[in-house]
Structure formats: structure tokens, C-alpha cells
Design a protein around this ligand. Structure first.
Ligand code: ATP
Ligand code: MG
Length: 472
């Protein structure tokens, strides 16, 4: 494609040149000659009429001699660059301003009716001229009687010379236009064709999975913008590819370790390495690992739903305070075990938000689950809601192990777990916060974390308040 575009352009340029040249050589040449002829005939006719009405009439009326008139007509002929004749009705030439051109004194076979209705003729004029000539005549009329004819002759070659002069100018103009077009072609090559070729080459690299190619175009126009978009796309695609690789590595790792231990224990039970009375303990471990795998699969399915942007949000208006209380209740059993207490600081009685209730329940569940997991026994977890402008800020705060500074950014990544947490929670998959992030983003809201290692962690997210209830 890249080569033909330029070839097409070059071909177009050459065809344009040839066609322009042919047009001038045929159409313009024909039209120019036609125009010059018409123009010359009408000016010659004007002159012959003028001369017939003045000098020629004077001669027939006897007020001027033939010599006088001849010298006058000669100067007019020089001025017009033409031959002027005064011819009597029988064809004898009384005056000829350039006698050398024609040897005869009489026009043989002269018959004015040969002119027909026209006042001019193209040809050799009754064989008096050797070359093609344009002849115009005006009758000299005295007292309603035609006494003679005043004729103006001009060789057609003069007109052709004029036409050729004009054509030369046209060819020169064409050459200048052609040169301008060539400059335009060069400009097009540098500003459009070469950049497009760069982009096409890069696109080819991208299609082969090589996203390292960068398009180096800095122009501030549509092409520059296109190149910028391509570069951006390549960066995005390469990180996407990197993410996918990381994701698959993580998934494989997380599936392999529980599967290996399940396989090991089952084999040990089957071949009797584990004695009968110890089997219960190891079957419990197998159950634990199976549950973990189950949770992992479920979380991944959940994440997949958001990742494809296809998850349909079921937005309703509900009381977030009530939802928080319900979720907290479901943790009662676990909290009792760990002697963890909850402190709820909720805004007023009710606080209606517009969101997908089941997904927000999951967000709360994941955040509270983390808070409990990473809290020290006997500590307290604070859940607070605050209304600000048209948002509700929901905070889940614990006084647990905290998150190291350099891990803060990574906790949203799939499968990420801090080193601190690994010992505390073996069952965790590292997918909980990734799901939380996806859900909050799907609501076009934000979630932030503030944490100090060894002191505690606070997650804060926003939800839009439902205003209608309050306004009505
Ligand atoms: P899962 O949620 O699937 O059970 P998880 O809790 O390990 O697994 P996330 O909820 O995504 O995974 O959390 C990721 C990591 O962030 C945790 O492993 C932990 O290291 C850290 N983290 C999250 N919440 C807290 C918290 N409240 N206090 C301290 N560390 C936390
Ligand atoms: Mg979690």
C-alpha cells in the first residue's frame, strides 16, 4: 500500500502534465486562432469601411488624385501591417500598397458574388497570392452605385505567428504551474506521505506484537495527533500485555501451591505415610486448601465481570447506614473469636445513596474482612460515614498491622499481598481490593487508603447522595 500511494501520486502528476500540454496544443491553440481570426477580421473590416467611405470615395468623386490616395493608403497599410487595394468593379487593381507582392494588375475571374454573404474570404484570393491570405472588402458606393471595392489583405501566417506567440506564453505558464505542482508534491511528500509511511511501518510492527517501535513525529497537526495516538496506543497495549503475563503467572502460582499440597497429603494418606489417627488433621488442611481454591476461582470470575466492562450496574437508592450495620452484623461470629469490637459513627438516621447495593455490600465486606484479618485481637474497628456536598464519605479504619509505605500503591493489584500480611492470613488471595477498586471505579467514584505500618489503616471511598428524597 505504502509504495502505490506515492506511485499513484507521481502518476497523477505526470498525467496532469501530459493532459495540460495536450490541452494547450489542441484546444487552446484552436480557440486562440479562432479568436485572433475573428478579432483581425472585425478590425480589418472596420478599417476597410473607413477607408472606402473616405479616401476611396474622394477618388471617385474627383476630389483627390490616385497618387494622393495611394500615399495615404500606404501609410495606413504600414500601420496595419496589411496590403490595401482599391479594385474597380471589373477587377482591375487601381491601387496596391505593396505592388511587389502581386505582379498582376487585374484580378482574373474577379466576381464579387464569390464572397457570398460574407465580407471576407480565406484563401489565395482568385489565385493572386501564393500563400493563404485573409481578405476583407468594403464596396465604395457613390450615389447608391457601387464604383469599386476597397480591400485589406493579411497573410494568415501573420495570424498563426500571433497565435504561436500566445501559445508560447501558455506553455511557459504551464511550466510554471508544473513547477509549483512539483513543489507541492515535495511538500506533500515531507508533510504527509513520509509521516504516513512511518505510521504504517509502526502499525505493522504493532500488528506483529512489537510495541517498542515509537513514531517520531512532532508536527502540530492531524498527522502529529495521529502519531501521538498511535504511540499512546502502543504503550497501553504493551502494558496490557505485561499485565496479562503477570496475571497469568500469578494465577498459575496461586493455583499450583494449594494443588501441590492437596496432592501431597492425599498421596500420603493413600500410601499410609500418614497414620489413620492423624488423617483428620490432614483432611482438614485439604479442606482448607480446597476452600481457598474455591474462593480464588470465585474472585477471579467476579473480577472478570468488571474487566470486560460488561458488568451491568443495578443502581438503586438505599440507606448506606443500614447496609453498613447489616454487613457488620454478618462478622459478629468472627469478631467474637478475635475479641474485636466495632464502632459505628454514622451520619444522622439515614443516608441515601445511589449505587448498586449488592456490589457496595461486597466492597464493605472486603474492607471489613481485611480490617479484621489484619487487626490485633482486642482492638476496635471504626466505620464512619460523613456527608459532604453531594457525596457520602465512608471510612473503614483499623488499628492493625498497617501497610508498608512502598506497598501502598501495589495493594490494588491483583494477587498482591504485603509481606506483613502473609503470616497473618494464609487464606487470602490478594484479589479482594482489586475487586473493590473495580466496583468503585464502575460507579465513577474514588477510593483512597491512609496507612502507617504498625499503627493502622483507613480506607475511604465516596458514593453519590440521592438528593431527590431530601428535596421532595
Ligand atoms: P482476599 O481479600 O482475597 O481474602 P487479601 O485480603 O490478601 O485476599 P486484598 O484484600 O486485595 O487481598 O488485600 C491485598 C493486601 O493488602 C493484603 O494481602 C494486605 O497485605 C494488604 N491489606 C489490605 N487491607 C489491609 C489492612 N486493613 N491492614 C493491613 N494490610 C492490608
Ligand atoms: Mg481482602
Amino acid at each position: 500500500m505504502k509504495r502505490t500511494l506515492y506511485l499513484k501520486l507521481l502518476l497523477g502528476y505526470v498525467i496532469f502534465g501530459i493532459l495540460s500540454f495536450l490541452t494547450i496544443a489542441t484546444f487552446t491553440a484552436y480557440m486562440a486562432l479562432l479568436h485572433i481570426e475573428e478579432d483581425t477580421i472585425s478590425s480589418m473590416y472596420r478599417e476597410s469601411n473607413l477607408l472606402a467611405g473616405s479616401y476611396a470615395s474622394n477618388y471617385y468623386q474627383g476630389t483627390m488624385t490616385l497618387e494622393d490616395i495611394t500615399s495615404h493608403l500606404q501609410s495606413v497599410a504600414t500601420y496595419l501591417d496589411a496590403d490595401i487595394w482599391l479594385v474597380s468593379t471589373d477587377g482591375s487593381i487601381l491601387i496596391n500598397t505593396s505592388p511587389n507582392a502581386v505582379a498582376k494588375n487585374t484580378i482574373e475571374g474577379f466576381d464579387i458574388s464569390d464572397f457570398g454573404t460574407k465580407y471576407y474570404q480565406k484563401g489565395t484570393f482568385f489565385d493572386t497570392f501564393s500563400e493563404k491570405t485573409l481578405s476583407v472588402f468594403s464596396p465604395v458606393t457613390i450615389k447608391y452605385k457601387v464604383r469599386g471595392y476597397l480591400m485589406v489583405h493579411k497573410p494568415i501566417s501573420d495570424l498563426i505567428d500571433l497565435k504561436n506567440g500566445f501559445l508560447d506564453i501558455s506553455y511557459m505558464t504551464l511550466a510554471i504551474i508544473f513547477l509549483c505542482a512539483f513543489v507541492m508534491l515535495g511538500l506533500f511528500t515531507f508533510t504527509v506521505y513520509l509521516p504516513i509511511r512511518k505510521i504504517t511501518n509502526a502499525a505493522k510492527d504493532y500488528s506483529e506484537g512489537n510495541f517498542d517501535t515509537k513514531i517520531n513525529i512532532r508536527s502540530n497537526d492531524e498527522i502529529g495527533y495521529l502519531a501521538g495516538s498511535f504511540n499512546y496506543m502502543a504503550t497501553e497495549l504493551s502494558t496490557l500485555e505485561e499485565d496479562q503475563r503477570k496475571f497469568i503467572a500469578n494465577v498459575s502460582h496461586d493455583f499450583r501451591s494449594p494443588l501441590t499440597s492437596i496432592k501431597g497429603y492425599i498421596e500420603a494418606i493413600m500410601d499410609g505415610t500418614i497414620p489413620h489417627e492423624m488423617q483428620d488433621k490432614y483432611l482438614n488442611i485439604i479442606l482448607f486448601e480446597t476452600e481457598r481454591l474455591n474462593k480464588l476461582t470465585q474472585s477471579m470470575l467476579e473480577l472478570n465481570k468488571y474487566g470486560t466492562k460488561g458488568s451491568i450496574m443495578d443502581i438503586t437508592s438505599f440507606d448506606i447506614n443500614h447496609t453498613i450495620k447489616m454487613v457488620v452484623q454478618s462478622f459478629e461470629g468472627t469478631c467474637k473469636q478475635k475479641k474485636i469490637s466495632f464502632e459505628l459513627i454514622l451520619t444522622g438516621e439515614e443516608s441515601f445513596v445511589s449505587a448498586d447495593i449488592s456490589k457496595i455490600q461486597q466492597v464493605l465486606y472486603n474492607l471489613i474482612d481485611n480490617a479484621i484479618k489484619f487487626s490485633h485481637p482486642g482492638s476496635s474497628i471504626t466505620i464512619e460515614t460523613t456527608e459532604k456536598n453531594d457525596k457520602v464519605f465512608i471510612s473503614v479504619k483499623d488499628a492493625g498491622i498497617g501497610i508498608p509505605k512502598d506497598s501502598i500503591k501495589k495493594i490494588w493489584e491483583r494477587f498482591y499481598k504485603t509481606d506483613l500480611s502473609r503470616g497473618k492470613d494464609k487464606k487470602g488471595t490478594g484479589l479482594g481490593l482489586a475487586i473493590v477498586k473495580e466496583i468503585i471505579s464502575a460507579h465513577n467514584e474514588n477510593i483512597n487508603v491512609i496507612s502507617t505500618e504498625g499503627v493502622g489503616t483507613e480506607f475511604i471511598f465516596t458514593l453519590p447522595l440521592t438528593r431527590q428524597e431530601a428535596d421532595l
